[in-house]
Design a protein around this ligand. Structure first.
Ligand code: NI
Length: 258
């Protein structure tokens, strides 16, 4: 089976077929889905989805571009949710300097990233890290908060293979999705080649990041086989091997998944 480590099925783009799609996934070979919170609202929706579908698990967290609505009350709410059976991670949290260029906003991003790392430590949960155009600061905040003591994944990985190895040294996994199938994704293909399969997780980030040949369309976990195939091609192993090892990796990291 394929273990989908990062999806956003709460997104409006699934309003017309969410239920049908989610119910179909296990029979299509996608046995587990982690739905990742990104805002206050989507984190609440994520908890609801995890309650409704046996194979859907929740990550609770607020994305760097949504931190203006985050406060200590919501941190406490997430803390209560984090002790529930189906909450398996804190995420997605991190830094995104692509959209936010103002120094004060970036500073608030660093504060709330650190605060949510501390929440993960307290709740003994792994973190799902979103990092865009902020490699050095991401590493710095993680080091300041001793994130090497908290395992996690750098999701939708977009930096160099050297940087990937730095994260791996800290005990982190590298999340690989649809981008790896793009012809111009040289850097990510090189990263996949350079790092051990034992450190890779597969993900969609759906509805975003649809792989070839569906690039630009709405993504879903049904397209994960394209990602698995490309990883298998790069690593020179079978698709079964990629599915088996990445599932094992995901179960090790997200230890609360049954
Ligand atoms: Ni995401």
């Amino acid at each position: 089976m394929i273990f989908e480590t990062h999806a956003h099925y709460d997104d409006d783009r699934f309003n017309n077929d969410r239920d049908e799609l989610l119910r179909r996934l296990p029979e299509e070979g996608v046995g587990v889905v982690i739905n990742s919170g990104a805002s206050v609202e989507s984190t609440r929706d994520t908890i609801r989805l995890a309650k409704e579908y046996p194979h859907v698990y929740a990550a609770v967290g607020v994305h760097p571009s949504e931190i203006e609505e985050l406060d200590e009350d919501f941190i406490q709410w997430m803390k209560e949710r984090a002790s529930e059976e189906k909450t398996v991670a804190i995420g997605e949290i991190g830094l995104d300097y692509y959209w936010d260029k103002e120094p004060e906003v970036q500073e608030r991003q660093r504060y709330w990233f650190g605060r949510q790392i501390e929440l993960a430590r307290e709740m003994k949960l792994p973190i799902i890290v979103h990092s865009r155009d902020a490699a050095a600061d991401t590493m710095q905040v993680m080091k300041e908060h001793h994130a090497e003591e908290i395992p996690g994944v750098i999701h939708c990985y977009s930096y160099s293979k050297e940087m990937a190895n730095e994260f791996i040294k800290m005990g982190y996994y590298i999340g690989v999705g649809g981008v790896v199938t793009f012809k111009n994704a040289k850097k990510l293909k090189e990263t996949v080649e350079a790092i051990p399969l034992e450190k890779i997780l597969v993900e969609t980030d759906c509805p975003y990041m649809a792989p070839e040949p569906h690039r630009g369309k709405r993504n879903s976990s049904l397209y994960l086989p394209y990602v698995v195939e490309e990883i298998a091609r790069i690593k020179g192993v079978s698709t079964e091997e990629v599915e088996r090892v990445t599932e094992e990796n995901a179960r090790k990291l997200f230890y609360k998944v049954k």
